[in-house]
Write a protein that binds this ligand. Structure first.
Ligand SMILES: Cc1cc2nc3c(=O)[nH]c(=O)nc-3n(C[C@H](O)[C@H](O)[C@H](O)COP(=O)(O)OP(=O)(O)OC[C@H]3O[C@@H](n4cnc5c(N)ncnc54)[C@H](O)[C@@H]3O)c2cc1C
Length: 475
């Protein structure tokens, strides 16, 4: 095949689709690349807004440097100097109880304890829970080789109380998932491997101790996070600016795709236009959610479409508040507070963006974001803005003694944007990839498959292009 004649269409202008365009431009410099986005803006869920001196993130506000895909693309874009590290403080993540908040024990990285004393000294846990925690070392690894849910794995290893008080809220804050359904293999396989290799997670923590990543562990590995100085939306802008030869089309809703002799036919309807438009391409990357991709592929491969439809997604609302530091009854410098679901409160987690990164709020002010909904409380997302703001204010009153009214409020709803990696997800995705491989020139990418974080999405776009280049060259 003559590389010069190649046309590549990417559907979806979130970070996955944009990364695919970036890597396609590098590996297929002569190809005609088009990115089609149904909304009026680029970045998908990644949206940054500036208002009243605040830098407001509508969804993600940072990315991790491990895996490296996000930091690598920033390097390639020549933008690494424009990234911020988190503000260094001691206690970064807190857990709410009925009456108070307490720091997550410093030596606990999700489920890996590297400092037993910090867990054993924590006021969050009863004596019984601490004894059960110590006993983890003597609990033999499971002989079960099938996938296991977070609830099952964590309670088996650490007991119910540690799971309910620490592990569920720490993981829940990341995946907004149902812990009875959340697949360990698809989301936290490293802990499963550690159990097998070292016999217990306490022993695995001992072995890991001394390694840089564990030294600063507290809930999440915050020292590894970065954000562009002017917000996550910059990442989107940097990629687009680096691709002058790529055709970017917003307001272009892809309605269907079909296989034709020359490759793929893509039918779109542009906003404001009655008549559909048709494009042809040799290569097609669907960088949309599994549900959308399933719908688009229905007529091409019903079995593939059916499997794609099995990947569910949760919804959440983000309530953003701008407040005065003086409205808190004491200074709070933590990055965030997670709320165990056994407390039956409406907010899953609160993030203090201006405590994490410089330049997020004017002097004397704090930018707070409360997350509501998720897989267990999806009905809350549909409540009126006013009600959601009340819930966020109540949570701040309980946790940090907030008084009065916020100066700035925003409510953002993300419907079906958080894919749920349920038990068996890895096998489901392997099957989907096998079926998709039957269609020359077709690639699926995005947060529905092998990781929801920004680095995983970037990697997914890059790998889709790598496979596509091989596929198209292989005549
Ligand atoms: C509230 C929230 C907070 C998060 N926080 C973090 C964080 O702090 N750090 C982190 O690493 N990750 C975080 N994530 C996860 C991460 O941001 C997302 O997984 C990632 O940005 C998804 O990128 P994507 O391109 O795969 O999908 P999306 O951003 O969903 O993009 C898909 C795009 O496809 C478009 N599209 C859909 N249908 C069509 C069609 N028919 N035709 C054309 N275009 C179409 C959509 O309009 C959209 O722009 C967060 C996610 C949420 C929702």
């Amino acid at each position: 095949m003559n590389m010069k004649s190649q046309k590549l269409t990417i559907v979806g202008g979130g970070i996955t689709g944009l990364s695919a365009a970036f890597y396609a431009q590098q590996s297929m410099p002569d190809a005609q690349i088009t990115v089609l986005e149904s909304s009026g803006f680029w970045g998908g869920v990644l949206q940054t807004e500036s208002a009243e001196g605040y830098l407001i993130e509508h969804s993600a506000d940072m990315f991790t440097t491990d895996p490296e895909a996000a930091i690598r693309i920033c390097d390639r874009l020549g933008r690494s100097e424009e990234l911020l590290q988190t503000i260094p403080i001691d206690d970064r993540a807190y857990v709410a109880t009925d009456e108070a908040i307490h720091p997550v024990p410093r030596g606990l990285s999700l489920m890996l304890p590297s400092d037993l004393d910090s867990v054993l000294d924590s006021p969050l846990l009863t004596t019984g829970a601490k004894e059960r925690f110590r006993a983890e070392e003597h609990i033999p690894p499971s002989e079960w080789s099938q996938d296991e849910s977070l609830l099952s794995f964590a309670t088996r290893r650490f007991g119910r109380e540690i799971y309910e008080t620490l592990i569920q809220p720490l993981v829940g804050g990341i995946y907004t998932a149902d812990p009875e359904k959340l697949s360990m293999q698809a989301t936290m396989a490293r802990f499963v491997a550690m159990e097998k290799q070292h016999g217990s997670l306490i022993q695995a923590g001992r072995v890991a101790k001394g390694k840089t990543i564990q030294r600063e562990a507290s809930g999440a590995r915050y020292g590894m996070f970065r954000a562009p100085k002017k917000g996550i939306g910059e990442l989107v802008r940097w990629i687009i600016e680096a691709l002058p030869k790529v055709e970017f089309k917003t307001d272009s809703i892809v309605k269907s795709v079909a296989k034709v002799e020359s490759g793929w036919q893509i039918t779109t309807r542009d906003a404001g236009s009655e008549s559909p438009r048709e494009l042809e391409a040799d290569g097609l990357v669907l960088a949309t959610s599994a549900r959308v991709s399933g719908r688009l592929l229905q007529a091409v491969d019903a079995e593939l479409a059916k499997d794609l439809n099995k990947i569910e997604a949760a919804s959440s609302a983000v309530v953003i508040l701008g407040i005065d530091r003086q409205q808190l009854d004491r200074d709070f410098s933590g990055y965030g507070i997670i709320v165990p679901s056994i407390l039956n409160r409406d907010v899953i987690a609160t993030s203090f963006g201006s405590n994490k990164f410089e330049g997020r709020a004017p002097d004397g002010k704090i930018l707070v974001r409360c997350f509501i909904g998720g897989a267990l409380r999806r009905e809350l997302v549909e409540l009126e803005d006013e009600r959601l703001v009340e819930m966020a204010i109540l949570e701040l009153q309980r946790t940090v003694g907030f008084k009065g009214e916020p100066g700035l409020t925003r409510v953002i709803r993300w419907r079906n944007c958080m894919p749920q990696y349920h038990l068996g997800h890895r096998e489901l995705v392997a099957g989907i990839e096998e079926l998709a491989a039957n269609h020359r020139g077709l690639e699926l990418a995005g947060n529905s498959y092998r990781g929801v974080g920004i680095p995983a999405c970037i990697e997914s776009g890059a790998l889709a292009v790598e496979r596509l280049v091989n596929d198209l060259a292989d005549v």
